[in-house]
Design a protein around this ligand. Structure first.
Ligand code: SAM
Length: 345
């Protein structure tokens, strides 16, 4: 971490050198048994092993794309989080993504006109490799770097926008990370974190997913449904991954928790919003079922059904349930805030 640079510093006093960038470690897509055992007691090692292992197949697993469907989805999350006046002043110039995975959020936000250029960062070298490759493939002005959100390797006052999707719940000290976010933002710069699980939402999502997995993997043991059963080795691998998943998923949030942590981190203009109630109750069993049967078995018709029903239920949640259900019961919560002190250039 570096000291804050004063714009009016005396000319004889040299600016501190920018944080040097040592070469990123290589991805480790195949973890050894010993590493997996060690990772059971080391959440950051678990993050790297689990996400390096997932990196090359992650987009397919989560139906992530870089076309209009996901551009609209990413922009929709951004717009739901920030006030209307922010949407009228886009784009931001330089953006940073923490826990970028394959780049889903920032690459699609850049395509949606939210930022001009960006840096995709993640604790997992495998994810940074895929995200950088995806960005280059799309012809975007993007660089990538391995970075721990608890110690962001960029200078103070560097970015106009910091974003993250489904990352805060993996970070041991979320408030420390938000302090780091405020540090690397320029005065007046904004952060937007979306896709975090609420405490209530996570409970029903997990219970529905566990039930779906049990039913799907047991029913497909019947001889007449054998073509719907994945090979046992693949199911065992999924179960081992699920064990690591329990180590990497560290938190769930009440919206008020996120607001308090963002305020303690020094942010102002903090807002939270939440979304997906019945959509999550359908979406989690659907995703679990897709993982339980052989890839490609369900086909295009199923994908269309899954997407259309999720879209319809999201609309019902936003227009009907939002009026009667408490914010903390929705599955996803997002938080935004601003670094005090001015308008970013
Ligand atoms: C659930 S994935 C989400 C990926 C992507 N943002 C998306 O929405 O598709 C969480 C990501 O956070 C990364 N991560 C976990 N802990 C981290 C940390 N301390 N610092 C930076 N990234 C971290 C993981 O490696 C993983 O790629």
């Amino acid at each position: 971490m570096t000291e804050t640079k004063e714009s009016g510093a005396h000319p004889d006093v040299a600016d501190p050198a920018p944080t040097p960038h040592v070469a990123d470690p290589a991805p480790q897509p195949r973890a050894t048994k010993e590493q997996v055992e060690a990772a059971m007691h080391d959440s950051k090692l678990a993050q790297v092993l689990y996400h390096d292992w997932e990196a090359e197949t992650y987009d397919e697993k989560w139906s992530i794309s870089y076309d209009q469907r996901c551009v609209d989805y990413a922009r929709g999350r951004f717009d739901a989080a920030v006030p209307d006046e922010v949407q009228r002043e886009l784009p931001y110039d330089r953006a940073l993504e923490l826990g970028c995975g394959t780049g889903f959020f920032l690459l699609n936000l850049i395509q949606a006109g939210v930022a001009r250029r960006g840096s995709v960062t993640d604790l997992s070298p495998g994810m940074v490799k895929v995200a950088t490759r995806n960005g280059q493939g799309l012809g975007l002005d993007v660089d990538g770097r391995v970075a721990d959100a608890e110690g962001i390797p960029y200078d103070d006052n560097t970015f106009d926008l910091v974003v993250g999707h489904a990352v805060l719940h993996h970070i041991p000290d979320v408030e420390l990370s938000l302090r780091e976010v405020v540090r690397v933002l320029k005065p007046g710069g904004r952060f937007v974190f979306a896709g975090e699980p609420t405490t209530v939402g996570n409970r029903y999502a997990r219970e529905l997913s566990t039930l779906t997995w049990r039913v799907a993997t047991n029913v497909t043991k019947l001889p007449m449904l054998s073509q719907w059963r994945r090979p046992q080795a693949e199911l065992d691998e999924s179960s081992r991954a699920a064990a690591l998943e329990a180590v990497v998923d560290l938190h769930t949030f009440d919206p008020a928790d996120l607001e308090r942590m963002a305020a303690n981190a020094g942010a102002v203009e903090i807002r939270t919003a939440s979304e997906e109630f019945t959509a999550a109750m359908l979406g989690w069993p659907i995703r679990t079922f897709e993982a339980a049967v052989p890839p490609g078995r369900l086909g295009w018709g199923w994908a269309k059904f899954a997407f259309n029903s999720w879209t319809t239920l999201s609309w019902v949640d936003a227009t009907v349930w939002r009026r009667v259900v408490p914010k903390g019961w929705f599955y996803n919560v997002m938080v935004t805030g601003v670094k005090p002190g001015g308008t970013p250039s």
